[in-house]
Design a protein around this ligand. Structure first.
Ligand code: NI
Length: 167
């Protein structure tokens, strides 16, 4: 297992569209393990492969309080969405920024798990938001894209400044 470096907004690599996983093999299982370790260490409640510069449709999520409910989604696709829900979202690629985004309150998602077994899940509230947020990453989207242009500029400046200071 290895910790991976998380890309920071506005890194252009966050804009890459991830490709479907043809087969859930050992390489994917290793990737999932690294992603889970990186997410827990950060700490965060979700991570998409895009965020560690791997263009594959894989996400990991754990919204549980005790951090023992890892959910793995390979090739996730939302087939149904309903309702409106919003929470203050954060993102490991946009540290220190929390903003509410309008999302579906309930989604039905189809995916494969880390063994390649297909499943369907109906998720609500925070888990539903997290799934939508992470799938956005796979499509090259970041939650700040939903905010006003002014807020986006402010966030970009703030993060660029942080990165300069960190050098
Ligand atoms: Ni994120």
């Amino acid at each position: 297992m290895a910790l991976r470096e998380i890309l920071r907004y506005p890194d252009p690599r966050l804009r890459k569209k991830a490709l479907p996983v043809a087969r859930v093999d050992k390489e994917i299982q290793d990737l999932v393990r690294d992603m889970a370790e990186t997410m827990y260490k950060a700490p965060g409640i979700g991570l998409a492969a895009t965020q560690i510069d791997v263009a594959k449709r894989v996400i990991v999520i754990d919204v549980s309080a005790d951090r023992k409910d890892l959910r793995v989604f390979v090739n996730p696709v939302i087939s149904e969405r309903s309702g409106v829900f919003g929470v203050e979202e954060g993102c490991l690629s946009v540290p220190g920024v929390f903003e509410e985004v309008e999302r579906a309150q309930k989604v039905t998602v189809r995916a494969q798990d880390q063994h390649g077994t297909p499943f369907e899940l109906v998720a609500e509230d925070l888990l539903a938001v997290c799934i939508q947020h992470e799938i956005d990453h796979l499509d090259g989207k970041v939650f700040v894209d939903y905010l006003s242009r002014l807020k986006q500029q402010r966030i970009r400046k703030k993060l660029e400044k942080q990165q300069r200071l960190a050098m």
